[in-house]
Design a protein around this ligand. Structure first.
Ligand SMILES: [Cu+2]
Length: 285
């Protein structure tokens, strides 16, 4: 049809499971010769054998079972110990939460001949074709930090003493660092109305799970979330004169709340020179 070949149903059918249940929805395989099909209308998982097409086991689930997931179930070698049944509706199962109630997922042991219900838990939605994989595929390959010495971002600042603020016409470039629990510089003046400010922020941390956030009050586009060893840039156009705070937006330590600083914005055409620093070196404001 329209150039697409249509294969006859009988020509591609290996077998048919007779009267397995109502509303077959999704089938996953265990790599041991069995298939598991979810039944949307009769709310059950049905296990059947490839080749003989006979039903060998069935287990009820909560209402309107949708998709199933066997970790690795779409590969040649599934980790076929568990199956997760994802249900679309779970009336009366959990505490009321307003007009919409939670859906649920159920963990089923499929390691033996008989399926065993192990656990059920509330969840949101019913993911279609959700995949599970063995944890060590992720844990042994995960990135924990970006090495600072390999940071080739042209706006990177790899040590605090190199932080600076540079003017190029009406562009102001702030080369900034962050580390628990301060920004450098954290006091900046000499920015004027009509300037466009670029904050190039390098996270100096080389520890796992120590991102820092960066945003300035009135920022209209985004905030930054900077991973250890990474440099990110935020563009900001001041809207009015005065003192404008910037701050870390990602909880990073007990002193996270102190992780902030200020930019003084002067009137257009004023001759306030660029100054920057931290602590004692900060310009008086
Ligand atoms: Cu913080």
């Amino acid at each position: 049809m329209n150039g697409i070949p249509i294969i006859k149903y009988e020509a591609c059918m290996a077998g048919e499971v007779q009267k397995p249940g109502l509303g077959p929805l999704h089938t996953e395989f265990d790599g041991k010769g069995y298939a598991y099909t979810s039944f949307f209308v009769s709310s059950e998982v049905v296990k059947w054998k490839l080749g003989t097409w006979e039903v060998v086991d069935r287990i009820p689930t909560y209402y309107s079972l949708g998709h199933l997931s066997i970790p690795g179930g779409d590969s040649k070698t599934p980790w076929a110990k568990y199956l997760v049944a994802m249900n679309k509706i779970t009336k009366d199962r959990y505490l009321p939460t307003g007009p919409e109630l939670f859906q649920s997922a159920q963990l089923i042991d499929i390691s033996g001949d008989k399926m065993k219900m192990l656990y059920d838990f509330p969840t949101i939605g019913e993911p279609h074709y959700a995949q599970g994989i063995a944890a060590d595929l992720v844990t042994k390959n995960q990135v924990k930090i970006f090495k600072l010495e390999e940071n080739e971002n042209p706006y990177a600042c790899k040590q605090e003493k190199d932080t600076r603020v540079e003017r190029k016409g009406n562009e102001v470039h702030v080369y900034m660092t962050c580390i628990r629990s301060h920004f450098a510089p954290d006091n900046i003046e000499g920015v004027k109305m009509g300037d466009v400010v670029y904050f190039h922020v390098t996270n100096l941390e080389q520890d796992w799970d120590t991102p820092h956030g960066f945003v300035i009050k009135g920022s209209e586009n985004a905030e930054l979330l900077i991973m250890p060893g990474e440099t990110c840039t935020l563009k900001w156009t001041p809207k009015q004169t005065g003192i404008v705070p910037f701050y870390c937006t990602d909880f990073c330590s007990a002193l996270h709340q102190e992780m902030q600083g200020y930019v003084r914005v002067s009137p257009a055409g004023s001759n306030v020179p660029l100054k920057w620093g931290t602590g004692d070196a900060a310009p008086a404001i």
